[in-house]
Design a protein around this ligand. Structure first.
Ligand SMILES: NC(=O)c1ccc[n+]([C@@H]2O[C@H](COP(=O)([O-])OP(=O)(O)OC[C@H]3O[C@@H](n4cnc5c(N)ncnc54)[C@H](OP(=O)(O)O)[C@@H]3O)[C@@H](O)[C@H]2O)c1
Length: 303
């Protein structure tokens, strides 16, 4: 058997996204993996290797030279237009795209598993710790986006050996919610914004740690629901205070009144995500909020 034949064929969907880019760079360095990615737009500066172009709603999966053994799915179809109706439409598109993808991969005898990355908003507000056995009760953006996940939720029931549903909390890195709600404001106003009374509980993971977890899961024999989360919970107030002390900038309280309801819910709900498994512990290096922010601190120094 030559070296290429021994490699695991991994297909990464969503490589151009916030989490996808971080996962791509780690997977690319793994010599045991033959990585393929699907992009909607050419981005030759960042990516190399087995690149396919297309949209998950209609890409002809038979075009893949190597049927994947592992699929990492970070390509959530989202919508920034028309509020809830826009998200609902995007979620249904995702539902049909995901069903089509599952039909293709289930027909491939070498297929081992799909790792689908989802968020903790799927659990909703809770006064108790939420582990992998907790019931879903979607809030905020998850009220609509859960529709896209239904094929995977069904798979957890009927083909549990073939899926890892990775649920993750607020991911700290330069991009996504941290950029949109905090870093942009800090850059423009030189103040750290706090949304509403800030008393709600948040859980976190550093982007670099999450990427390590995703890469490790390609070979770890884990299936079912799994949480990738640092053992740290904080109120938004404390999160803002820490940012304020690191950046030596004052905190300013902003009203949530002019934000859409989904944002208000995200910034007022307690989501104490925990994990009952140790499987990802070796890959999560940042275990305090300060660790997490300092790990990503080079980002903050350049805001
Ligand atoms: N960010 C967080 O803090 C966070 C927290 C918890 C869970 N999550 C979950 O993690 C997953 C990824 O999140 P993210 O923040 O990385 O998202 P993101 O930055 O919005 O990236 C989404 C990726 O999916 C691709 N994509 C979207 N629609 C597509 C389509 N129709 N066909 C092919 N590719 C498509 C995008 O490609 P383009 O570049 O072409 O648009 C992009 O690469 C989501 O399911 C999200 O719910 C994220």
């Amino acid at each position: 058997m030559n070296a290429t034949a021994a490699k695991k064929h991994v297909l990464l969907l969503g490589a151009s996204g916030f989490i996808g880019k971080a996962a791509y760079h780690l997977l690319k360095m793994n010599t045991g993996i033959e990585l393929s990615i699907l992009l909607r737009k050419p981005d030759a500066d960042i990516f190399e290797g087995n690149i396919y172009y297309g949209d998950i709603t209609n890409f002809d999966w038979q075009k893949l030279k190597h049927p994947p053994q592992v699929v990492i799915h970070l390509a959530r179809i989202s919508s920034k237009k028309w509020g809830r109706p826009g998200r609902l439409l995007a979620a249904w598109k995702g539902y049909f795209a995901n069903k089509r993808l599952l039909r293709y991969i289930s027909g491939n005898e070498n297929f081992e598993k799909i790792i689908y990355v989802s968020g903790s908003l799927m659990y909703g507000n809770s006064s108790r710790p939420l582990d992998e056995r907790s019931t879903l009760s979607p809030i905020s953006f998850a009220r609509e986006y859960i529709k896209a996940e239904l094929p995977f939720i069904k798979m957890l029931q009927f083909q549990p050996a073939k899926i890892c549903m990775l649920r993750v909390p607020w991911v700290v890195g330069r991009g996504s919610w941290l950029q949109a709600f905090f870093l942009n404001y800090i850059q423009q106003q030189q103040q750290v914004p706090q949304y509403g009374n800030g008393k709600h509980l948040m859980t976190f993971i550093a982007l670099s740690d999450l990427a390590r977890c995703i890469a490790a899961l390609c070979s770890l024999p884990f299936n079912g629901v799994l949480h990738a989360v640092a053992e740290v919970q904080s109120t938004q107030v404390d999160f803002c205070r820490l940012l304020s002390s690191i950046l030596s900038l004052p905190v300013v309280r902003l009203s949530l009144g002019h934000q859409e309801k989904a944002v208000q819910e995200a910034f007022t709900s307690d989501i104490p995500l925990v994990s009952s498994y140790n499987v990802l512990k070796p890959y999560i290096q940042c275990q305090t909020l300060r660790d997490i922010l300092e790990k990503e601190l080079f980002l903050l120094k350049h805001i």
